[in-house]
Design a protein around this ligand. Structure first.
Ligand SMILES: Cc1cc2nc3c(=O)[nH]c(=O)nc-3n(C[C@H](O)[C@H](O)[C@H](O)COP(=O)(O)O)c2cc1C
Length: 181
């Protein structure tokens, strides 16, 4: 877990849906107040990414030459949209349900990495624009939390990772105590 890194450029191989289901076994135990299951995932493969590209362009008010689209969704062969699906509950405010959905996304990123896949979580200012939401079939209460871009880790990236001199963050900076009088 301590070695996880985002992989910005991934190769074309992807996990199958059956493999994803296996990997999800490490994600479904995410902490979830009152077991509301306030998250779901949408896989985008093949032409789905074209539909996302068109939605992104429409949301941005972008006019392009015929047949041209933003290339953003094509950075990986598999995108997994993370959707927070909160429901009304007297004891579980919406923010807690968003926290569960974000937790599921982090666990999924980690589980994919552990299974040997390259992953990067991406969003954008237009992630929840009406056109992008509609392309994913989101309900009004739902929130699109971005996409995990998934693919193979190529050898060159692995080598760069091994040679990386990026110093680890000091964990002590994240640990504190309550203030006292
Ligand atoms: C909710 C969320 C959205 C993100 N969106 C983007 C994004 O749109 N573009 C980007 O370059 N990084 C984005 N990131 C950051 C990367 O996923 C990644 O964490 C960052 O590049 C640092 O790399 P590391 O995970 O190896 O430390 C996002 C992270 C999160 C949690």
């Amino acid at each position: 877990m301590a070695a996880r890194r985002s992989v910005s450029k991934v190769g074309p191989a992807t996990p199958t849906d059956a493999e994803l289901v296996e990997i999800l076994a490490a994600v479904t135990p995410v902490a979830d107040h009152k077991a509301l299951r306030p998250w779901r995932l949408i896989t985008l493969r093949g032409d789905d990414r074209m539909r996302l590209a068109k939605a992104m362009d429409a949301a941005a008010g972008e006019t392009r030459e015929p047949g041209e689209f933003t290339t953003k969704p094509f950075r990986a062969e598999l995108l997994i949209a993370i959707v927070a699906s909160p429901t009304e509950h007297p004891k579980v405010p919406e923010w807690e349900q968003h926290a569960t959905a974000a937790g599921a996304a982090h666990l999924l990123e980690l589980a994919l990495w552990t299974a040997g896949w390259g992953v990067m979580w991406r969003t954008g200012m237009l992630t929840n624009a009406p056109e992008v939401r509609a392309a994913h079939g989101l309900r009004e209460n739902e929130l699109l939390m971005g996409w995990l871009y998934v693919g193979a880790i190529d050898e060159a990236f692995r080598e760069r990772l091994n040679e990386s001199k990026r110093p680890p963050l000091d964990p002590r900076n994240f640990l504190g105590r309550m203030p006292h009088e």
